[in-house]
Design a protein around this ligand. Structure first.
Ligand code: 9MR
Ligand code: 9MR
Length: 578
């Protein structure tokens, strides 16, 4: 029966025949590698058969019957899974079912433009320099906040720098849709990208994303990291090595251009989490930049020195957690911007100590790492950095002595237990991916923090074990992010046939270009719906609004972009192993 023609008679509340639902085909809208598993999902309906037609010739090249039908207990929708992995010839195709169709592409390097754009998104977030047309095309703009007259907030005063003093703290990236700069999120974002850089240095050595530094000898990824790392260095109080938690206006700016912003900017309270994320990411950078002295003379040494001092400060201030409400009770002006608060710095200690031990070999860092080691693995996020510490111990190329090997083996078993749990049942799930099958998968920033970062964890699990099931499932999460999902959005700006047009992003909203800045992964469906925007549905995986005021589902952020850089680069680098 053709569902489009089915007439529905509702008799006493009972539906006499199946509902004539809109049948929709959901698939990866960016592209599949020739040897990758290829799966599409029919949303809200059953089909008996599907065909694939070559767009150029109109010829049918594949046909099949559904693999299985599945649903989630927390959604009334039924999903039917179609597998066309047998199609391996590069080309543009149309997948057709009774009542719907969707276009897709099979090509070598399928994710390479996405990996480039994800890294390039950081260039667009640069604060203190003009974003020029030769790199940014129609998204060129004048320099944003110079941050050369930043005030010491009373919470940040010390023996030398007094409240109201002015310091210079230029460069760095805007954090997200807002214009502030936060150390915790900066350190975490850089840490995740530099971790994946360590896995695939040859991949990144070849990458060219057309930024001002592309012509130098340093890989573009490290050039981009350097722009923010050099800001981070200015956030360390020279008097004691402590690190300011953030550089911010008291309240969020309106949706205006950076050049129209008038509010005074402050550095606010030194915190233990800021010090440790700073120490970890700068220690990691100190190792990676040694090879690029020519472009960045003295930087590697300076980064390590700063990292050691920040770590020492953290050891003497272990309880200096950032608590914005308490701070507002004590000081003026009140600060209402992003808090990046935390209840425990144990995972930050583990990460920072792990990096510093790897880079220096100093036993005091090893002891701390062992003391603060996690007892379970979960995907990394800005507030949960122990996985980044695990990545340091689990670098496939790292040489370890016997005792360290035993410690690393323990961490590896935690990661592999997590990986096994993640992939369990994924091949029979509604969207045929580990991500998206649980109600709890849909929270603020979930697409990156769970969708991408679970997959990047699976990439590590694959590299350590050789188990290809982990790798296949990492690609599946990417398919989810790129369109095989409940809303049918490809959640990266500028990619796919249906992608966000109105992200909660001041730079995109306040420019004079209709298209948002490209290469950004939005936060994604969020059952919390904390922003009061007009959501199309209350179902967790459909709680997404492509509206500029939906900061709980449609903002962009550097930590989420970092997750996209990490995953898309890793999957592109590993595509030869499919
Ligand atoms: O724009 C802000 C965004 O970057 C934050 O993630 C979000 C949550 O802290 O807040 C946004 O700002 C909103 C504020 O919280 C409430 N008033 C409306 C603001 C958006 O214009
Ligand atoms: O990513 C953060 C998320 O985990 C929190 O739930 C949310 C609300 O506190 O804040 C997110 O971070 C925002 C930050 O505070 C300010 N810049 C925008 C960030 C992304 O929304």
């Amino acid at each position: 029966m053709n569902k489009m023609l089915c007439l529905c008679l509702t008799l006493g509340g009972f539906s006499a025949c199946s509902q004539p639902e809109a049948v929709d085909v959901r698939l990866n809208q960016v592209g599949y590698y020739p040897r990758q598993e290829k799966v599409a999902v029919v949303d809200g309906g059953r089909v008996d058969r599907f065909t694939v037609v070559d767009v150029a010739t109109g010829t049918e090249v594949f046909s099949g019957t559904p693999a299985y039908t599945a649903f989630n207990s927390w959604s009334p929708k039924e999903r039917t899974v179609l597998d066309f992995s047998g199609l391996q010839t590069p080309g543009k195709y149309l997948l057709k079912i009774d009542g719907g169709e969707a276009e897709f592409e099979v090509k070598d390097g399928a994710l390479s433009p996405l990996a480039d754009a994800a890294l390039k998104s950081f260039y667009y977030q640069r604060t203190g320099m003009p974003i020029e047309a030769q790199y940014a095309g129609m998204w060129s703009r004048p320099a944003g906040h110079p941050d050369t007259h930043v005030m010491i907030h009373p919470s940040a005063a010390g023996p030398v720098r007094k409240a109201g003093d002015i310091i210079s703290s230029p460069k760095g990236w805007y954090d997200a849709g807002d214009y502030n700069k936060y150390i915790v999120n900066s350190g975490y974002s850089i840490g995740l990208m530099q971790a994946v850089y360590r896995l695939f240095p040859d991949y990144f050595a070849k990458q060219d994303i057309n930024i001002p530094e592309s012509g130098n000898r340093t890989p573009d990824l490290l050039d981009e990291m350097h722009y923010n790392l050099s800001w981070m260095l200015t956030m360390q109080d020279p008097a004691d090595g402590g690190v300011y938690h953030k550089l911010t206006t008291p309240s969020f700016e309106a949706f205006i251009k950076p050049t129209e912003c008038k509010q005074q900017r402050y550095v606010v309270q030194k915190s233990v989490t800021a010090a440790l994320d700073f120490a970890a990411s700068l220690a990691q950078a100190s190792q990676l930049f040694v090879a690029y002295e020519e472009d960045y003379p003295g930087f590697a040494r300076q980064a390590l020195e700063a990292a050691r001092r920040a770590y020492d400060w953290a050891v003497t201030h272990p309880d200096a957690l950032y608590k914005q409400e308490e701070l507002n009770r004590q000081y003026d002006p009140d600060v209402s911007t992003g808090a990046y608060g935390d209840r425990s710095a144990r995972d930050e200690f583990f990460w920072a100590a792990s990096e510093l031990y790897y880079v220096t070999g100093d036993r005091k860092y090893r002891d701390k790492a062992v003391e603060c080691a996690p007892d379970a693995y979960s995907a990394p996020s800005w507030g949960s950095t122990s996985p980044l510490g695990c990545f340091v111990w689990l670098l496939p190329a790292r040489k370890l002595d016997e005792a360290d090997r035993a410690f690393a083996d323990r961490l590896e078993s935690l990661l592999l237990a997590y990986a096994d749990q993640s992939v369990k049942g994924a091949d029979q799930s509604a969207f045929h991916a580990p991500y998206g099958d649980e109600e709890r998968d849909f929270f603020w920033g979930c697409l990156s923090e769970q969708g991408a970062n679970q997959a990047t964890s699976l990439v590590y699990a694959y590299l350590l074990s050789g188990n290809k099931d982990y790798l296949a499932n990492a690609y599946r999460n990417m398919d989810y992010i790129l369109g095989r999902n409940a809303t049918g959005y490809c959640y990266v700006t500028g990619f796919g046939s249906k992608s966000p047009m109105h992200p909660h992003h001041r730079l995109s909203a306040a420019d004079d270009v209709a298209e948002p800045l490209p290469g950004f992964l939005v936060g994604g469906p969020n059952a919390g719906q904390q922003d009061g925007a007009a959501y199309p549905s209350s179902l967790p995986d459909e709680s997404y609004a492509d509206e500029v005021n939906s900061y709980a589902s449609n903002e962009i952020a550097i930590n989420w972009s970092a997750g996209l850089v990490a995953l898309s680069s890793a999957l592109d680098a590993l595509s030869g192993q499919l």
